[in-house]
Write a protein that binds this ligand. Structure first.
Ligand code: RIB
Ligand code: CA
Length: 348
């Protein structure tokens, strides 16, 4: 299945990209870099470096807009580390970005395989919104769209009510939900083409722990030391597998951040869940709803609202994720990424 990923690589975005590269049923045809966890140029560097690390250097990476549609740019180095990948360092490379921007990359990929492309967004929706402005038929050109974003009947992680990807560019998110809603009203898309939205209410069930990370290392055949909250801050991984070592160094920073937030020495794998859903929507239970984004609320800007009961009198424009079995996700994640890391190490 051809997948186009729009990411703000960050730690969990990186894990999502690794999952796609490790999945034999996925053909990652392109990556759009969107500023978010870190600025757009650092996201580009992270994407190119990660592809180098994973031996996937033929996948084109494009650079997205410098900033959100109208909001001021904000980044989250406190959460993902100064370079966006925690303590991990990526290999040097000579690779270049595409000569066209991320909005054009979306349109080119969709036109190249009309009705077949699966779109995945795990960052702010700035470049997807710009792509829809350029190509209003994008909703009908995509086979599927999965968005990691929003929070439904659940708290936010950036303000009390808004989730990071939506909060960085609420206008873009509103334009995306509106575009798919209008396509549904015009009956130019079918129900399965409505975006599957993985909000915090869903993704915060996916809690990566040091034990699960050790299971991943074991599945790769690596020897490593299990992480502990008692370790000194910034302790580097000793794994004898390069990809596992990189993921452990990236995740440690993320574990430390969650611990400091009072959530435990763990990490929510928001984006890897969305990537797994992009390949297999049956991993989650969803409910159809009309979703819109608050843009002017003094306290609620960036909040995603699901009109479950159609009080607004508008057609459903999204399938909102409402249930997931974390164990099933981790089994699939580990059974794909573990052997992938093993194969990469064997080829080094
Ligand atoms: O709110 C979680 C989302 O924001 C994830 O995609 C994370 O990578 C950040 O982009
Ligand atoms: Ca992200």
């Amino acid at each position: 299945m051809p997948v186009f990923a729009d990411v703000d690589t960050g730690v969990d975005d990186a894990m999502a990209l690794v999952y796609l590269l490790a999945s034999s049923d996925a053909n990652l045809v392109g990556i759009a870099s969107t500023g978010g966890n870190v600025d757009v140029d650092q996201v580009c560097r992270n994407n190119l470096g990660l592809l180098e690390l994973c031996g996937a250097t033929a996948i084109p990476v494009s650079r997205g807009a410098d900033q959100p549609l109208s909001a001021a740019m904000r980044t989250a180095e406190d959460t993902h580390g100064p370079a966006g990948l925690g303590y991990a360092e990526l290999p040097l490379h000579q690779r270049e970005l595409t000569g066209y921007d991320s909005a054009e990359a979306w349109v080119r990929a969709a036109h190249a395989m009309p009705g077949e492309l699966i779109g995945l967004v795990t960052g702010p929706l700035t470049n997807l919104a710009l792509a829809v402005r350029d190509e209003p038929n994008l909703p009908s050109l995509l086979r599927r769209l999965v968005i990691m974003g929003g929070s439904f009947d659940y708290r936010g992680n950036t303000t009390p009510v808004s989730e990071w990807n939506i909060s960085v560019d609420p206008e873009a998110a509103a334009e995306v939900f509106d575009a798919w809603g209008r396509a549904a009203d015009a009956k130019v898309i079918q129900q399965h083409q409505l975006p599957i939205v993985c909000g915090l209410n869903l993704t915060e069930n996916i809690m990566l722990t040091p034990t699960l990370l050790s299971r991943l290392a074991a599945a790769s055949g690596a020897t490593t030391t299990a992480m502990s909250v008692l370790d000194s801050r910034g302790t580097r991984s000793t794994a004898d597998n390069t990809l596992i070592r990189t993921l452990e160094d990236a995740m440690r920073f993320y574990f430390e951040f969650h611990f400091d937030q009072g959530e435990g020495f763990l990490a929510h794998l928001h984006d890897p869940l969305a990537a797994a859903v992009a390949l297999d929507p049956s991993l989650v239970q969803t409910r159809a709803a009309t979703v819109d984004v608050e843009l002017t609320g003094t306290l609620t800007r960036g909040m995603t609202i699901a009109d479950w009961s159609h009080r607004w009198g508008r057609e459903s424009n999204a399938h909102v994720g409402v249930g997931v079995d974390p164990a099933a996700f981790f089994d699939r994640f580990i059974e794909r990424v573990g052997p992938f890391a093993r194969r990469l190490q064997a080829d080094r």
